[in-house]
Design a protein around this ligand. Structure first.
Ligand code: FES
Length: 108
């Protein structure tokens, strides 16, 4: 765990990312495993997740968690499931109002 991550945890709860330049676009309200969260229009799902918690999804082959790797649609490390059913690649899909994202266990 890096010093920056520890500082982020103290300042922003469990978030892995910290926005260094404020966005002026409207807020988007969505849920992560049923918990309310916010992001901004234009954020990817991956950005929205990591601004609110320290991982993108649980790893299906063990007890660890994943946070994406390439951030550009190549590695397939960031698939999450929407409560409505479809799987989406979090680094290439934009967050939408009322989106319900499942990141836990077999839900992915
Ligand atoms: S982080 Fe690699 S495909 Fe999304």
């Amino acid at each position: 765990m890096t010093a920056q991550f520890k500082q982020n945890q103290q300042t922003h709860g469990a978030a892995l990312l910290v926005r260094i330049k404020p966005r002026t676009s409207a807020l988007v309200r969505f849920t992560i495993d049923g918990r309310p969260a916010t992001a901004h229009i234009g954020d990817t799902i991956l950005t929205a997740l990591l601004l609110n918690q320290a991982h993108v999804r649980d790893f299906e082959f063990g007890g660890s968690q994943r946070a994406g790797f390439c951030l550009m649609g190549a590695c397939q490390d960031c698939w999450v499931r929407l409560r409505s059913g479809p799987r989406v690649r979090a680094c290439t899909a934009l967050i939408e109002e009322t989106m319900a994202i499942c990141t836990e266990g077999r839900a992915v």
